[in-house]
Design a protein around this ligand. Structure first.
Ligand code: 6MZ
Length: 346
């Protein structure tokens, strides 16, 4: 089998994908049609070209946090949110993804509250149409540049929905522009969620901030996202690197996102190679496949080409990712799906 086809067919696990950053152009067009059909013309102004930050885009790292507004403008009602969800899940499924922990930040909009936002996602996942066979779980995000009161409210809602729907809601995420806000301030909200049973993933070390990286690693989240500035060669320190190596917290790596948002200069220089060589648990993810014009199989292909990984090693990466799934009851099942494919094709 040629490599593109192998990587698309390889059952894969997506553990770091933000819903509103994952909207494709065709999903955005579908949403635009929905708003037009509903007579809500204020949402017609979607600047699709500005949404995508392809390779070589002149905008800066901080600029990428502005583009999410374009997607947010298209997911303001429960129906629009459901369209965005189903369309995005279908795209992940068509790309060979068999299990996804999708994350999203609940927002109050003109047409729904944060509670309705979560309720819509949870109920839509539970009642997904038959053609969606991808196993889906939800991680609720807290944004580091939102007021603390919002974070507290989201933590309360996450706990409430986790208690009612433990089969869907599995974790809480800390994300947003890393140059704004301080992790310390959000520890009480995140700790409450964790005490209630939610697993925690933190965007960690996206920019130079070794003291915050230390605080995050000491918090002992179940996973971290990006982990860019942790190794001393990557604007981290000996201490942060040693700490990560000791704690062996799994890292969600998003290569194209890091390159296109300019936190890493090119694929060859990506920290993947240090993590892989050091045996740090890692999982290949997309982050925002709409914004960064990528797909999960494409991310695997970049790893194959840049770091010269054979198909069997790529299949191993997919298989290992199962150990870091928050929904522990799903690990064996997802492993079986991947193992069956590997036995027949590797
Ligand atoms: C940190 C990110 C991010 O939640 O509205 N988000 N946070 N680093 C990143 N790396 C580029 N990419 C996305 O999806 C969009 C939101 O996810 C977070 C940002 O808070 C963004 O507004 P949702 O579905």
């Amino acid at each position: 089998m040629e490599i593109d086809s192998f990587l698309r067919k390889l059952p894969k696990v997506e553990l770091h994908a933000h819903l509103n950053g994952s909207l494709s152009r065709s999903t955005m067009l579908e949403l635009q049609r929905y708003y037009a059909d509903s007579g809500m013309t204020d949402n017609m102004n979607a600047f699709f070209d500005e949404f995508e930050m392809a390779a070589g885009d002149p905008r800066s790292f901080s600029d990428c946090f502005q583009v999410f507004r374009i997607a947010h403008n298209l997911t303001t009602t429960p129906s629009a949110l459901e369209i965005a969800l189903f369309s995005t899940l279908k795209e992940f499924q068509d790309d060979g993804c068999c299990y996804i922990e999708l994350r999203s930040t609940p927002r109050d909009t003109q047409y729904m509250s944060k509670r309705q936002y979560i309720d819509t996602l949870v109920k839509s996942i539970r009642t997904s149409p038959q053609h969606l066979t991808i196993i889906t779980r939800l991680i609720i995000s807290i944004c580091r540049h939102s007021p603390l009161a919002d974070a507290e409210e989201i933590a309360d809602l996450a706990i409430e929905f986790y208690k009612s729907y433990p089969d869907i809601v599995v974790g809480i995420d800390f994300s947003g522009n890393p140059t704004v806000g301080s992790f310390k301030d959000f520890v009480p909200a995140l700790s409450r969620a964790r005490e209630a049973g939610l697993k925690v993933t933190l965007h960690c070390g996206e920019v130079f901030n070794p003291s915050e990286v230390q605080e995050m690693l000491e918090f002992k989240p179940e996973r971290i996202g990006h982990g860019t500035c942790i190794h001393p060669k990557y604007r981290g320190t000996d201490e942060t690197w040693v700490n990560l190596c000791k704690s062996r917290i799994p890292v969600e790596l998003c290569l194209t996102s890091n390159v296109n948002s300019k936190s890493i200069s090119d694929y060859d220089s990506h920290h993947f190679k240090y993590y892989y060589t050091a045996g740090i648990p890692l999982v290949i993810c997309t982050d925002d496949k709409g914004v960064f014009s990528t797909s999960l199989s494409h991310e695997y292909k970049i790893c194959a080409e840049t770091f010269h990984l054979e198909p069997s090693k790529l299949a191993e990466l997919s298989l290992k990712a199962c150990d870091y799934i928050f929904a522990e009851d799903m690990r064996t099942k997802v492993k079986e799906i991947i193992s069956n494919f590997v036995q027949k094709n590797c």
